[in-house]
Design a protein around this ligand. Structure first.
Ligand SMILES: C[S@@+](CC[C@H](N)C(=O)[O-])C[C@H]1O[C@@H](n2cnc3c(N)ncnc32)[C@H](O)[C@@H]1O
Length: 375
């Protein structure tokens, strides 16, 4: 067993963005572990599940302080999963847990669930429903976060899936909601399918997917430019695909193109695959969970479409966009083109020029800019 703070001091965020103001462990992780200490110490082997662990503090905290084994873990972003794996290796606890998708295998028989409250209510709804549906009826959920990210509506969402929900006292601007008494889940809400008449597509979305089944306004603007994409393109990537609207939009326009819809989010990849199937493009749109296309071959793609994220957790940070641009410069073949939409105030043109190649602004409206970069 480890001294907790000694173990925590060794945890890193890598391969997620690292910066002095971005931590791998925070007060909410510590509070969740303290509130659940008795339950963890009494849990049978294999009866602990962890959801939304940022970089491994919850999983490795349970394993190191309480000796938990067979911990089942779901993390939506691949970067979190990779960080946990590398942290677990560094502290010698890699054999204590296994990563799983959100579903029955993750939760069947679980009596203790530790989780970080997600940012969106839709993600929380899907998680709460899934726990209530599959975990042991005696399950107790310890769902914590920083006060600034917790809203009263989260109590209500948990209250739909659990008979009892109470909040702990706050500590260091953090709080834990404790839920027990899972309710019967008649018909799960997620994944949701909606027809977007404006673009003539059915969109399938899991709770954690960006924009849900709505059309993001930046994406809407980039869609206007798809008819200008090289019509001879055979390979393309929707980088940071969310529900896969850009991937399916391009596959519909260019019958000869095979598109990889890729995202680091497990919910996004499941949504994009389902959106492609729902619109009859399952054979030409392949969904791939990856960190900024890191597994794609160099000089292998004709086109990349990208609506990059500009939030890293709570902090506004352009690190992810820069990583995506640098990888695009690597993955595009010579002469390949990248189409990007971004909030005009972010001024990404210089970074695109430097990391991809010559970049023209092809469209600008008050909020958004669309560029075309050529390698
Ligand atoms: C602004 S959203 C765009 C979603 C979708 N393309 C659309 O237009 O609706 C950015 C997407 O980038 C994804 N993302 C963030 N970091 C990533 C990373 N390191 N690798 C791959 N995708 C990432 C997010 O999960 C999110 O789905």
């Amino acid at each position: 067993m480890f001294d907790r703070d000694g173990m925590f001091s060794r945890l890193r965020r890598h391969p997620d963005i690292e910066a002095p103001n971005l931590m791998a462990v925070d007060a909410a992780d510590r509070l969740i572990l303290d509130e659940s200490a008795v339950a963890l110490s009494q849990a049978r082997p294999g009866a602990v599940a962890v959801i939304g662990d940022h970089y491994g503090a919850l999983t490795l905290g349970a394993a190191s302080i309480h000796g938990s084994t067979g911990v089942r873990v779901h993390q939506d972003p691949l970067t979190g999963e990779l960080a946990l794996a590398s942290n677990a290796g560094a502290v010698g606890l890699a054999d204590r847990y296994r990563p799983l998708t959100l579903g029955k295998e993750l939760l069947a028989g679980a009596t203790v669930v530790l989780m970080r409250l997600p940012r969106s209510l839709s993600e929380l709804t899907e998680i709460a429903e899934t726990i209530a549906r599959y975990a042991d009826p005696s399950v107790v959920v310890y769902a914590g976060g920083r006060d600034k990210h917790i809203s009263p509506a989260m109590n209500d969402v948990l209250g739909h899936s659990f008979a009892v929900v109470r909040a702990t006292l706050g500590r260091q601007k953090s709080r834990v909601l404790i839920a027990s008494g899972p309710s019967e889940v008649a018909a799960p809400i997620y994944p949701v399918t909606e027809h977007l008449a404006e673009i003539g597509l059915d969109i399938v979305s899991h709770g954690a997917a960006f924009a849900g089944s709505k059309l993001d306004i930046g994406t809407r603007y980039l869609l206007e430019f798809l008819p200008r994409v090289n019509p001879r393109a055979r390979t393309a990537v929707d980088l940071g695909c969310g529900t896969g609207i850009l991937a399916v939009g391009l596959a519909r326009l260019l019958p000869g193109v095979a598109v990889i819809a890729t995202d680091h989010s497990s919910a996004a990849v499941a949504s994009a695959a389902a959106t492609a199937r729902a619109n009859g493009f399952g054979d030409r749109v392949r969904a791939l969970r990856d960190d900024a296309m890191s597994t794609l071959e160099t000089a292998s793609q004709d086109v990349i479409l990208c609506n990059p994220p500009f939030h890293v957790g709570a902090a506004v940070h352009t690190g992810v966009a820069s990583k995506m641009f640098a990888e695009s410069g690597r993955v595009l073949r010579p002469g390949g083109e990248m189409w990007t939409v971004y909030n005009s105030h972010l001024g990404y043109r210089g970074a695109l020029r430097r990391l991809v190649g010559p970049t023209d602004v092809v469209g600008r409206i008050p909020k958004f800019t669309v560029t075309r970069s050529v390698v």
